[in-house]
Write a protein that binds this ligand. Structure first.
Ligand SMILES: [Zn+2]
Ligand SMILES: [Zn+2]
Length: 322
């Protein structure tokens, strides 16, 4: 399924099986999670190479490899958003490869997993935990990883607000509870289904994102791409709290009074992932007993999956199955 121009529907095309270059694995895709970032690229809010195959939560079987690869055929691996880094820039040398100046991203600069076959740099592929089938493990590869990095940015915050209860939040609620935090889910006021789902996953309260919660928060993570949530979350914070914006794109943030930032509240974003984030989280998820809730779509229904994410209302994550 290829994107030829932003704003245009993905198109099913027949291509030859790709050739792995040196260091690349040849992968048969078993499942690929669909992320809100895929929606932003499809709609042109985030722009990369064209034409491009979207999809950066790839669960695949190794079918071969180029020169200098060591992974055995038949191994199951996961391919995340971070597809390649230079290893030489200031950020790479400071263990912040998520900010690499020349980074290339899967499904943006490198063809991704909305396909039957793909290739990926072996150094950026992860071994996947046992105990998850292909569908259930796919959303861990971005929703899980980025959520995990966002959660780390909240330090030891006890009272955590999750804004937008989709794929990432449904995973993060579970790891946050595992760490003994108290979790509050903020959704659209009338989204009763999402609120009920959040309560089932261990959140102690769920309600309207545009009003403060039942008590002040130590941190808020915003997964929804709606800028008006930033001042709303600031208003819900206790002094010293942080708002972490976890998405790659957000609508403009409306002006707000300095009062709601005062007392050492802060707003920050989280960008991409490092390979260390990936290893940490894929080790933590089974230990924390994370379960995912997925809705599957056939590969050729990729547009339906993107529509479902754009509209909201999916319970958990969307996953394409070739
Ligand atoms: Zn770099
Ligand atoms: Zn993603």
């Amino acid at each position: 399924m290829i994107l030829e121009a932003p704003g245009r529907p993905l198109r099913l095309v027949e291509r030859a099986v790709p050739e792995p270059g040196p260091g690349d694995l040849l992968l048969r895709v078993r499942a690929c999670g669909v992320c809100r970032t895929d929606v932003h690229v499809r709609d042109g809010e985030v722009r990369g190479r064209l034409p491009i195959v979207l999809g950066h939560q790839i669960v695949a079987t190794v079918e071969g490899g180029g020169a200098e690869t060591a992974t055995a055929a038949g191994t199951r691996v996961g391919v995340p958003w971070l597809g390649w880094t230079c290893g030489e820039c200031r950020f790479c040398l400071e263990d912040r490869e998520n900010l690499c100046l020349r980074a290339r991203f899967t499904g943006l600069d490198i063809d991704g997993g909305f396909a039957e076959w793909t290739v990926a740099d072996e150094r950026f592929c992860f071994p996947l935990p046992e105990g998850y089938d292909d569908l259930d493990v796919a959303p861990l590869l971005c929703a899980g990883l980025i959520g995990h990095r966002a959660l780390r940015m909240t330090g030891a915050a006890q009272r955590l607000g999750l804004y937008g209860f989709g794929a990432a939040a449904h995973i993060m609620a579970q790891t946050a509870r595992h760490e003994g935090r108290r979790v509050f889910a903020f959704t659209r006021a009338d989204d009763v289904a999402a609120q009920r789902f959040a309560l089932e996953l261990g959140c102690e309260w769920a309600g309207d994102a545009l009003a403060p919660g039942p008590e002040p928060l130590d941190a808020a993570i915003i997964f929804a791409p709606a800028g008006e949530l930033v001042p709303a979350a600031l208003r819900a914070l206790d002094r010293g709290g942080v708002v972490v914006c976890a998405g790659i794109h957000m609508s403009d943030i409306p002006a707000f009074p300095y009062d709601i930032l005062w007392e050492e509240r802060s707003v920050r974003s989280v960008a991409n992932l490092t390979r260390a984030d990936g290893r940490d989280f894929l080790e933590l998820a089974p230990r924390a007993g994370v379960r995912t809730s997925v809705t599957t779509f056939a590969l050729e229904q990729a547009e339906d999956a993107l529509d479902a994410i754009r509209a909201g209302g999916l319970e958990g994550a969307a996953v394409l199955v070739p």
